[in-house]
Design a protein around this ligand. Structure first.
Ligand code: GLC
Length: 720
């Protein structure tokens, strides 16, 4: 799959230079000049600065410096402001805590946990002098093989919205600005500089924009990052419809828009569309080119004031210009954060199969064999800018299991290209349990290219060869998105999807294996039986894993040449992405969205809908009782789906509109209540255009996965 050059590039992505030192200037040495007047109203401070700054200084402020910074303007007392990736921890700038990948946080379905992890990441940012976090990413899993799906929150816009809001609140509560990304429709990294997303308005509004809208209107993100790709033929960094008409005029966004790195193709385009900050440097937004454009009359000095004003206002709003870059009360990492990362992994890892083999009974087991390429090289995250380069600690699966195994002997069995090495076959045969560690490394699943649907590196062969020797297999699968499982599922008795579990993945996995923790993760995406089942793949590439250096490096050319090279992905599946497609087509997935097993059982009852008949805009209250009917404490995710029984436009079979995760002791019962406002029943009607609710009956379906509705009822919405 990889030629040598690409592998080298991918590894380079893993260990970037530490930007702060590249310029010989560490953040703590930043010329913190401070700015008097913190008690002065922000607008006054902004206008005072804009009137005293030279045009060249304002232009300098609107383009990056030293790859991750907003440059200092010492003459007027503005220090440099540093950013860092990203959503699972501070990527560079020395040691940090590597939390589980964002997709794993989504799989926890636990808003409180997400906020805690995000706050911890922000504390570590403050300890390092980072004021802007270049995340979170919220692009929807349109195709299962997008190389960056691990960085996002799954296939459903409601789940993604409900996870991104607490994430942003967690980060910004610590005075760090979030940069929700990649706006918009960056749903493939196959050729991200050229993949033109051709998407209709209704699909955009109902599927691809909601999480961005929630980030802006509910969580008040300080920044938005425009994507690499074109949307309907216009590059995101110059897409006025997105950056101004929707983002600012409709949603009231008042922060700054930052470009993705090397994703601009002209000077006028981004400025006229509403971009404020070009990263990583002023390739197009620089003094020479901007002054020329002003002379030509294609842009005005007021454009630059608007851009610089957006940046200044946001940095003042977060107190960044009124505090020292480094908050010495914060720690760059800590045992508490390591513990939190472990807990987050435990809550997200999803049990997909359990043929009476889990939890492992330590009384009856004497030997565990651990097999597979990822047993020792357990990836903490996917590759690229989201990967934490120097985690404060790292526990792979083999070590994690050894740490927790007590008197059980845990033996690693070598394999090579799918073959069990001969000296290991005897030990493998004798083992009571085999842990088979499979999946994708952070080279095989990474930013800048898409991934294989099937397991890489002879792993299918390894499964067959292992099963021939010992059938008591529990598989631990490291993957940030859906992948091919159907062909080998019968060969294993237990299966955990571990996503990318962060630096303590091994300990978290061991805790679940031995039953110290009861699994409670739920799939944030649909796992189909075969690649072709996803309708979206009909308008995508046939071999996602094929890549080239040209694709990765993207065009360095001006817009007209870049446009010529666009390749269009028609989003012809429209709204029917993931379970929206599978349920509507009555197509059986291997594992449905929202699915995840537990070591205990739960019973749902007493669904109550009030009022069960009311006005279109009237809030509907839905309650349901859930009891733990097993012998072990555990958590369940109660999922509420709404179906419009009859509509003038096609609508998905059902859509997630509520969820709550609750923990129950054995025999304990709790009642969960959801308040459904008008959004829960609305759809976007291109003909208006706008959001609307049509009178009629709606089904309220409550269960513990999209494929397992346990109680349902209906509500009738009447025209007012
Ligand atoms: C990358 C990514 C973006 C990241 C930025 C800085 O190319 O697309 O998500 O934040 O550049 O590393």
């Amino acid at each position: 799959m990889f030629n040598k050059r690409i592998k080298m590039f991918a590894q380079k992505m893993m260990s970037p230079d530490k930007p702060g030192e590249m310029s010989g200037k560490k953040i703590e040495d930043a010329d913190f000049l401070g700015l008097t007047g913190a008690e002065t109203p922000i607008e006054q401070r902004v206008s005072r600065l804009l009137s005293s700054m030279a045009l060249s200084e304002k232009i300098d402020l609107c383009s990056g410096y030293d790859s991750l910074a907003i440059r200092a303007i010492p003459r007027v007392g503005l220090p440099s402001v540093w950013s860092s990736d990203a959503s699972s921890g501070i990527r560079s700038f020395d040691t940090a805590t590597a939390f589980p990948a964002p997709i794993a946080l989504a799989a926890s379905w636990d808003r409180t946990l997400v906020k805690e992890c995000a706050s911890a990441i922000a504390e570590e940012a403050r300890a390092k002098g980072i004021s802007i976090l270049l995340g979170p990413g919220v692009n929807i899993h349109r195709v299962p093989t997008c190389g960056r799906n691990f960085e996002y929150f799954g296939e459903d816009p409601y789940l993604a919205s409900e996870i991104v809001v607490p994430y942003i609140e967690g980060v910004q509560s610590k005075g760090v600005i979030t940069t929700v990304k990649h706006f918009a429709c960056n749903n493939s990294d196959f050729d991200r500089h050229r993949n033109n997303a051709s998407v209709d308005e209704r699909t955009l509004r109902e599927i691809y924009l909601p999480a961005f809208k929630a980030a802006v209107t509910q969580a008040k993100t300080g920044s938005v990052m425009s994507a690499y790709n074109p949307i309907n033929g216009v590059y995101a960094s110059e897409n006025k419809m997105l950056l101004t008409n929707i983002l600012r005029d409709e949603w009231g966004f008042d922060g700054f828009v930052i470009s993705d790195w090397i994703s601009t193709y002209s000077t006028e385009g981004p400025i006229k569309a509403g971009l404020d900050l070009e990263m990583p440097n002023g390739k197009w937004i620089n003094v020479k080119m901007v002054k020329k454009a002003i002379e030509n009359g294609t842009i005005a000095p007021e454009d630059i004031d608007r851009m610089a004003g957006n940046i200044l206002r946001t940095l003042f709003k977060f107190g960044i210009y009124d505090r020292a870059p480094i908050d010495t009360s914060c720690k760059p990492h800590s045992p508490e954060h390591t513990h939190l990362s472990t807990e987050a992994a435990k809550e997200s890892i999803t049990l997909l199969k359990n043929d009476k083999i889990l939890p492992l009974n330590q009384e009856k087991i004497t030997t565990i064999a651990v097999v597979g390429p990822l047993a020792k090289d357990t990836p903490i995250g996917g590759g690229g800018s989201c990967l934490v380069i120097s985690p404060s600690s790292q526990t792979d699966i083999l070590t994690g299991v050894q740490n927790a195994s007590g008197d059980i002997s845990v033996i690693y069995i070598e394999s090579k290209e799918g073959e069990i090495l001969s000296e290991g076959k005897h030990l493998l045969k004798k083992a009571d349990i085999v842990l088979l560690c499979l999946g994708y490394s952070n080279i095989e699943e990474s930013e800048t290219y898409d991934k294989m649907w099937r397991l890489p590196n002879f792993q299918e062969k390894l499964i067959r060869n292992t099963a021939r020797i010992n059938s008591n297999i529990v598989s631990l699968l490291l993957s940030g998105s859906a992948c091919e499982i159907d062909s080998w599922l019968p060969a294993v008795k237990g299966l955990f999807l571990c996503y990318f579990p962060g630096q303590s993945g091994g300990n978290a996995i061991a805790s679940l294996l031995f039953g110290e923790t009861n699994p409670s993760g739920k799939l944030p995406f649909t796992i189909a039986k075969q690649f072709a089942d996803y309708k979206s793949n009909e308008n995508y590439v046939k071999h996602p894993e094929r890549t080239s250096f040209r694709q990765i490096m993207g065009p360095k050319r001006v817009l007209k040449k870049a446009k010529k090279q666009m390749k269009t992905f028609e989003y012809k599946e429209g709204l029917f992405v993931g379970y929206r497609q599978f349920d509507t087509e009555k197509l059986e997935p291997l594992f449905p969205f929202g699915f995840g097993l537990s070591y205990t059982t739960f019973e749902f009852s007493d669904l109550n809908i009030t009022p069960d008949s009311g006005g279109l805009k009237e809030t509907v209250s839905v309650s349901c009782s859930v009891r733990n009917t097993g012998k072990m404490a555990g958590s369940e995710v109660i999922q509420l789906y709404v179906k419009d029984n009859e509509s003038s436009l096609p609508r998905p079979e059902k859509e997630l509109k509520g969820f709550e995760k609750i923990n129950l002791e054995p025999q304990e019962a709790k009642t969960v209540t959801f308040n459904l406002n008008k959004e829960a029943f609305s759809f976007y009607d291109n003909r208006l255009p706008g959001w609307t609710i049509e009178p009629g009956d709606f089904t309220i379906a409550v269960g513990n996965s999209s494929g397992n509705i346990l109680v349902s009822g209906s509500v009738s919405k009447k025209a007012e």
